[in-house]
Design a protein around this ligand. Structure first.
Ligand code: SAH
Length: 334
């Protein structure tokens, strides 16, 4: 038997094992998070990202806090109980503004979780947002290789990224880390480092997706990351951190028409349909070919529900807290 065929068998076994582990931990339920991409204005300049500050061709937008609240209300009526507020690093939103917004969301949607994905801020800001009611925070470590990290993030530092992740954990957030697969110059050893770092940090959520080039970035001619390797990483992550919440990412759905379904079968257990206003969706382009930029929020919800069912899983509209948190109060401050 040839090497590739052996690898294919090993791959199939790895994914099946991870799929069983996921069933053991979480059953067949798939948690749903409504994603609101509220600003694509960013002060950072990450080499891979379409909304990097020096991409002059990006059409910039920012939603007013009232518009963000409207999206949450619409999502709440559609049944969502987690909202992920994601943006570039946009300091127009002061800590005070975000505090009021979070409190308002919690008042209107009391049984919903609020997840932030707004990049690096200082401890005081993170603490105040947590006290205002934010439950979770996504900040991918992007890559655990220090030299690769430095070459891809000219405006940020590797040490600070790790320091921010530690701080978020200490403050009490359910924390999400994660990385891209197939970054230019990334080796299999680098991916092994990613897994070891995850084991050490032990985050609640782990986002993994293939690198996909964006035409407005210096990496526009680089090849996309491999779907197969990304699925391997998802499966290994499920086995290393069995209780993690692992999304079948939009990047997976962009890389392959059934990328998200394949991710669910390889151990992922979360999907993040888009709740952003349709008018701004095409502008939040981190990479080429991003899917679901034209659908209304309700359409996205029902399309994903069908896909989840077709793939043999059940959509779970609950808050879907991390297993580590289920038996204690997630929010001692409120
Ligand atoms: N500014 C926030 C949110 C970033 S966008 C933050 O720093 O956390 C969310 C994620 O998209 C990033 O963490 C990155 O891993 C991913 N991403 C960005 N550009 C990408 C690309 N070209 N291909 C694949 N994923 C990308």
């Amino acid at each position: 038997m040839g090497r590739l065929e052996q690898d294919q068998e090993l791959r199939a076994a790895l994914r099946a094992t991870a799929g069983r582990k996921r069933r053991e931990m979480y059953g067949l339920g798939v948690y749903v998070r409504g994603l609101i991409e509220f600003s694509n204005i960013c002060k950072q300049n990450c080499m891979y990202c379409g909304i990097r500050s020096s991409n002059r061709r990006a059409q910039r937008y920012r939603l007013h806090p009232d518009e963000i609240l409207e999206c949450c209300k619409e999502g709440y009526e559609l049944g969502y109980r987690t909202f992920v507020l994601q943006s570039g690093e946009d300091d127009w939103y002061t800590t005070d503004m975000l505090v009021s917004l979070i409190m308002e969301i919690k008042r209107k949607c009391p049984d919903a979780a609020v997840t932030l994905s707004i990049g690096e801020r200082d401890n005081e800001c993170y603490t105040r947002l947590f006290q205002a009611g934010a439950d979770r925070f996504l900040l991918r470590h992007e890559t655990a290789s220090a030299s690769l990290y430095q070459s891809l993030h000219p405006t940020m530092t590797f040490d600070n990224r790790r320091d921010r992740l530690r701080a978020l954990k200490e403050i009490g957030y359910q924390v999400g880390a994660g990385f891209m697969v197939g970054l230019p110059g990334q080796s299999l050893e680098d991916l092994a480092e990613d897994l070891l770092y995850l084991q050490e940090l032990d985050p609640d959520m782990i986002g993994i997706g293939p690198f996909i080039p964006h035409e407005g970035t210096p990496l526009r001619h680089e090849p996309a990351g491999s779907l197969e390797t990304t699925l391997d990483m998802i499966a290994l992550t499920r086995l290393i951190i069995p209780g993690a919440l692992i999304p079948a990412t939009t990047a997976m759905g962009t890389a392959h028409p059934y990328g998200r379904e394949l991710a669910l079968q390889a151990g992922a257990n979360v999907v993040m349909p888009n709740l952003s206003p349709v008018a701004v969706r095409p502008k939040y382009t981190l990479y080429n070919g991003k899917i679901c930029t034209g659908d209304e929020s309700a359409q996205c919800r029902f399309c994903l529900e069908l896909r989840i069912r077709e793939a043999g899983f059940d959509m779970d509209m609950g808050r879907g807290d991390s297993l580590k948190r289920i038996n204690r109060s997630t929010h001692p401050h409120v």
